[in-house]
Design a protein around this ligand. Structure first.
Ligand code: 5GP
Ligand code: MN
Length: 336
């Protein structure tokens, strides 16, 4: 879905722009938001990037991050910016409810043009204009493609390139996942020409563990990894008490769900974590098993074929028991 001509016409005149992305911000949502912020600022717009809740520490170095408002912490100010906005960019989500309490305020501003740039399946088409492709590696890649197509490629600079690179690298597992295409690599090549230091970004994003985070990883893999070998599934489950023993900080379980996938027979990896009485699930798969379907059907979630998320209203233990009942329903598909 591609309204690029209309999007271009819409951003030609300087306006008040708000940029929003999904709850539990990640490298792609922040990377795409900051890239659009840099590009639109150069076009003369007044731009306010807003994230629903705080971002993990390993993203705080990103160019422009200091300008990002956190809705949870500055609700009144953010609501005012949303109310005054002429254009609202909605990045890296396919359903307005993914921004939490902000959604209601966005809906209340009926004068704003909503522009949705996203790479998730089954978009809810809530915006005025769309730039969507679920085959693309990341929203950051779509931002590059869209601005290039609109003829604004001259505006790309090192800061924008670093933001886009971070989005691509985090959403592709460092160019590993099947969503990594030839155009992902050729765009990445352009980003390097623009001054991106890939090794430095990898270090900033991935080599920044605290001692307790590394020990939590050890504990999770040693003590809290359950195998359902018959169903090619591995599950890690952690309660809030366990997480607090390891001085849990936001972002400390990022990437943890990928570890079980390194076992040759594992096709589905699931991470269950408890945070302030909420139980969150992260799903990853290899090959063509659609974890977004599983997340959507049983855990009010969604995402992509190989990476999805969801929630549970039960305890960690009950959620684990639910999974033990649900996973066998997919036995045929898993053994195919
Ligand atoms: P993660 O496991 O890293 O939190 O999320 C993996 C993927 O699933 C991301 O693309 C994310 O956007 C999506 N996702 C995570 N949680 C949810 C959720 O609660 N609902 C929906 N629809 N998608 C989610
Ligand atoms: Mn993404």
């Amino acid at each position: 879905m591609d309204d690029y001509g209309k999007i271009k016409a819409c951003i030609l005149q300087p306006a008040k722009v708000v940029i929003v992305s999904h709850q539990s911000p990640d490298g792609d949502s922040i990377g795409a938001s900051l890239a659009v912020t840099h590009l639109l600022t150069q076009l003369g717009h007044e731009v306010v990037p807003i994230i629903p809740d705080p971002a993990p520490d390993f993203l705080h170095w990103m160019p422009g991050f200091d300008e990002v408002k956190v809705y949870d912490q500055e609700q009144e100010d953010c609501n005012q910016k949303i109310k005054e906005a002429d254009i609202i960019f909605c990045l890296d989500f396919n359903d307005l409810n993914r921004v939490g309490a902000m959604a209601e305020h966005i809906r209340m501003n009926r004068n704003a043009t909503l522009i949705n740039i996203d790479h998730h399946r089954e978009p809810k088409m809530f915006a005025t204009y769309h730039y969507l492709n679920h085959h693309t590696s990341s929203t950051a890649q779509l931002v590059y493609e869209l601005f290039d197509k609109m003829g604004f490629d001259k505006l790309f600079n090192t800061a924008t390139a670093e933001c886009i690179y971070t989005g691509i690298v985090t959403d592709t597992g460092s160019f590993r996942f099947s969503s990594t295409s030839a155009s992902t690599h050729s765009i990445t090549s352009q980003l390097i020409h623009l001054g991106v230091d890939g090794a430095q970004i990898h270090q900033r994003v991935f080599d920044n563990y605290s001692e307790s985070r590394l020990k939590l990883l050890g504990y999770a893999l040693n003590e809290k990894l359950l195998f359902l070998k018959e169903y090619s599934t591995a599950i890690i489950y952690l309660t809030e008490v366990e997480l607090s023993k390891f001085h849990f900080q936001k972002g400390d379980t990022e990437g943890l769900v990928n570890y079980p996938l390194s076992i040759n027979w594992v096709k589905i990896a699931i991470l269950i974590t408890e945070d302030k009485n909420k139980v969150k699930l992260s799903f990853r798969s290899k090959g063509d098993f659609p974890v977004n379907e599983l997340a959507g059907k049983y855990f009010s979630g969604g995402g992509h074929q190989n990476a999805a998320g969801g929630m549970s209203k039960s305890s960690v233990e009950e959620t684990l028991n639910t999974l033990k009942k649900v996973i066998p329903l997919y036995a045929e598909k898993l053994n195919a």
